[in-house]
Write a protein that binds this ligand. Structure first.
Ligand code: GLV
Ligand code: MN
Ligand code: MN
Length: 419
């Protein structure tokens, strides 16, 4: 059996174990600060402990596993951070985020078995909120470490009206210490993450691994369409201010704007819609929908959002509706650091025997927050047909093993090739 296969089988077993922890029977759903998140965090903590790490959970539920430097030197007090996330979308695949956390744990197990002694400390991070499904802001966990959480974040509410403050306290976190978890820039050497590509490029190129060049510019917004509720049987069509009909027109405008920006990789998505009061015989008085806009440049994203806002205003005027677009997050393009890209590319080339391909990430990642603290670097892993955010996500056992080897190789490169 090849080394990659042997390691891949270990990774695969741990990914499968994590995938059994779900809120839903028969599908994987694990949202931030839920009992399922807690069980997954405990399991990852246990794996970290067994890999020889010093484990703690921070104020916002992130699991940290620290391995002190194995040899003396000027960097012995500094940490190289390696992480990914253990929250999922609804009806998720089992690799998004989870593969990166497991790959880091297995890399540590392997490095220990190989007797690698590093001139710096390593810290594994299992974040709980990359997906931003439960609360309207995303990357709460990595933003905490990066020291960029917004002042009023604890008052955010989920769909059940539970504040982040309350959810954190129930989870066993510490809302009062949210703002004291930030790391110092001088104490860290960079942030590395293994993640599935979530796109088809590597598969089409017949390559297992790639180097991320940057993470796309991303904005998330909440659109609120206010009309007038009324009786479905008595209000004549010409006199209606139907919030849902206006939202439908605005959603089609979002799609049209998104389609117009193919050159800048522009994508615009409405993934969630809520109608109020929500009865078959009542004209909708309120419709709210999510809006997610991404592009290869900040300018292209900003132009698209401005155009969507302009069209929403027009639709509101024509239909007698009030349409508001509230910004939830806006993250500029996050560029990966040349020195980390070089280390990753060199590790991939040693493994695969060809020049490593660079590719941009359209998906969001914790690196978008970590880049505010330190240099970021990401290793992408091929996934079948580029499918993600779906239970059909699939990664071969061999590729899972190669991802671990690439991570170990990258760490060794950063340690000066001496590992
Ligand atoms: C998370 O996966 C995102 O890209 O939204
Ligand atoms: Mn992810
Ligand atoms: Mn995701």
């Amino acid at each position: 059996m090849s080394e990659a296969r042997r390691i891949g089988e270990r990774v695969s077993a741990l990914v499968d174990a994590l995938a059994t922890i779900s809120a839903d029977e028969g599908r994987l759903t694990r949202l931030y600060l839920t009992p399922e998140h807690r069980r997954a965090a405990n399991l990852v903590g246990e794996w970290m402990r067994r890999a020889g790490l010093n484990v703690r959970m921070d104020a916002v539920g992130t699991m940290h596993g620290l391995l002190a430097a194995g040899r003396a030197g000027p960097q012995a007090e500094k940490r190289l951070l390696i992480g990914s996330h253990i929250d999922t979308v609804v009806d998720a695949g089992k690799y998004d985020g989870n593969l990166g956390v497991v790959a880091a744990v297995v890399a540590l197990e392997e490095m220990r078995a190989r007797g690698m002694a590093l001139p710096f400390a390593l810290e594994l991070l299992a974040f709980g909120d990359e997906e931003g499904v439960r609360y309207p802001k995303t990357l709460i966990s990595s933003s905490t470490i990066a020291g960029i959480v917004e002042p009023n974040i604890l008052e955010l509410t989920d769909r059940q009206g539970m504040t982040l403050r309350h959810a954190l306290a129930e989870f066993g976190g510490d809302p009062e210490h949210l703002y004291t978890e930030a790391y110092g820039r001088a104490d860290v050497l960079g942030y590395l993450e293994v993640h599935i590509e979530q796109g088809p490029v590597l598969e089409q190129a017949n390559e297992a691994l790639g180097v991320v060049s940057a993470i796309a510019s991303q904005g998330r917004y909440r659109v609120q369409v206010r009309g007038e509720a009324g009786h479905a049987g008595t209000v004549p069509m010409a006199l209606r201010h139907d919030a849902l009909a206006g939202a439908a027109e605005a959603i089609l405008a979002v799609e049209e704007v998104g389609r117009g920006g193919a050159r800048s990789s522009l994508v615009a998505t409405v993934g969630e819609l809520r109608v109020s009061p929500g009865a078959g015989n009542v004209i909708p008085g309120l419709a709210e929908f999510s809006l997610d806009v991404r592009a290869a440049t900040d300018e292209a994203r900003a132009e698209a959002v401005a155009e969507i806002r302009r069209r929403a205003r027009q639709i509101g005027l024509a239909r007698g509706l009030v349409i508001g677009v509230e910004t939830m997050i806006e993250k500029p393009v996050s560029v990966c650091a040349p020195r980390l890209k070089r280390a990753i590319a060199s590790a991939i080339t040693k493994l695969e025997g060809h020049t490593a391909r660079e590719l941009m990430s359209g998906a969001g990642h914790d690196g978008q927050a970590m880049v505010r603290l330190t240099d970021i670097g990401m290793i992408f892993v091929r996934c079948r047909a580029g499918i993600s955010h779906s239970p059909l996500e699939s990664v071969t056992v061999e590729d899972q093993g190669l991802a671990v080897e690439a991570l170990i190789g990258t760490i060794a490169e950063l340690a000066g090739g001496t590992g």
